[in-house]
Design a protein around this ligand. Structure first.
Ligand SMILES: *[C@@H]1O[C@H](CO)[C@@H](O)[C@H](O)[C@H]1NC(C)=O
Ligand SMILES: *[C@@H]1O[C@H](CO)[C@@H](O)[C@H](O)[C@H]1NC(C)=O
Length: 321
């Protein structure tokens, strides 16, 4: 080997060693981040594996890294039941995807967007999530931290997410916005307790992702009720870090609806119906769109992929008997 060749061979070796040791380091970091979360998850939710939509959000987040997050593509779920609809929302009502329960029957056709967010900013560690600024009062600081321009669509999404999180819960309900998986699990445990808790999610029959707005036809079985003793819904929100708006909801029914999409996709969609809307704002977008009054007809919405419903199927005592 001549000396030039051996030198470049040496440099090559050095590179290989450096790259593999840094990827070993990254793998170690990932293990260090992920292991306690998985252990905690298993202790609280032994019957439920971590869903793929959550697992991909589990990697250490660089503090100020610009993770992309979508602000327009994902359909909006109108979960601010205490808020009046704005005129702007009324004009964009094609995204509201709200229905009367009696209108969803075998053969019903409707245009829906069940796409989940495809961008995936990661969860924070519990420690980082507790230290991170998270309130409307700190909006300028938050925008600065993630280099988001004031007045941009992203800034509007962050402002809206914070406002939704700060809105007080409905009477007798509880809610928590979480930016770490530990906080999510802790909330589930506090609200649902010990028992057989399962996750229900909108899913494609043969696996994969739902995409785009299209017409769906409800299958011949119609909506199938899932019997649950308690329900917590966690909705993913556009934000520079993984953010879920979780709330323990009363007067709710969970249905699975088998549907065929115009592009041939078969989806098992999750539909939640609110059976007692009497405490909601009379100007809530759903009342205006569907022309019904609070406390009358049940109002339903379809969950886009990646929204998680934690359903307590039976309490521990029942499990053992
Ligand atoms: C994030 O993006 C903005 C522009 O959009 C840029 O100015 C900033 O340097 C980026 N920050 C990081 C940490 O990459
Ligand atoms: C509906 O909710 C209201 C308050 O939110 C409550 O007063 C009423 O009893 C509930 N109705 C039923 C049938 O549970």
């Amino acid at each position: 080997m001549d000396s030039k060749l051996s030198l470049s061979f040496f440099v090559f070796l050095l590179l290989v060693v450096t790259i593999s040791s840094s990827s070993v380091q990254a793998a170690d970091q990932l293990q260090e981040f992920i292991t306690p979360i998985l252990t905690y998850w298993k202790s609280v939710l032994p019957q439920t594996p971590i869903p793929a939509t959550i697992e991909r959000l589990l990697h250490p987040a660089a503090e100020t890294e610009n993770y992309s997050f979508e602000v327009e593509k994902a359909p909006t779920i109108y979960i601010s039941y205490k808020s009046a609809a704005t005129e702007n929302q009324m004009q964009n009502d094609r995204n509201a995807q709200l229905f009367l329960k009696r209108s969803i029957t075998p053969g019903t056709k409707m245009v829906l967007d069940l796409t989940g967010t495809t961008s995936s900013p990661p969860f924070l560690s519990l420690k980082d999530s507790m230290a991170a600024p998270f309130s409307s009062g700190k909006l300028p600081e938050i925008l600065g931290l993630f280099s988001i321009q004031r007045g941009s669509l992203k800034a509007a999404a962050v402002r809206r997410a914070l406002a939704e999180c700060e809105e007080p819960p409905l009477d007798g309900e509880s809610k928590r916005c979480v930016t770490s998986l530990e906080s999510m699990v802790e909330f589930i445990e506090a609200e649902l307790g010990d028992g057989d808790v399962r996750i229900v999610e909108t899913a494609v029959a043969r696996g994969g992702l739902v995409s785009g707005r299209q017409e769906y036809v409800v299958g011949s079985a119609g909506p199938r009720l899932l019997r649950a003793e308690g329900v917590v819904s966690c909705h993913s929100e556009p934000y520079p870090r993984a953010l879920y708006y979780c709330h323990a909801t009363k007067h709710i029914e969970i249905y699975k609806v088998h549907m065929l999409g115009a592009n041939g996709i078969v989806v098992d969609a999750v539909m939640t119906c609110h059976t007692n809307t009497s405490a909601w704002n009379p100007d809530y977008i759903g009342f205006r769109m569907l022309r019904v009054k609070p406390g009358t007809e049940p109002i339903c919405h379809f969950m886009p992929q990646g929204n998680l419903i934690f359903a307590l199927l039976s309490k521990k005592a029942n499990l053992m008997s």
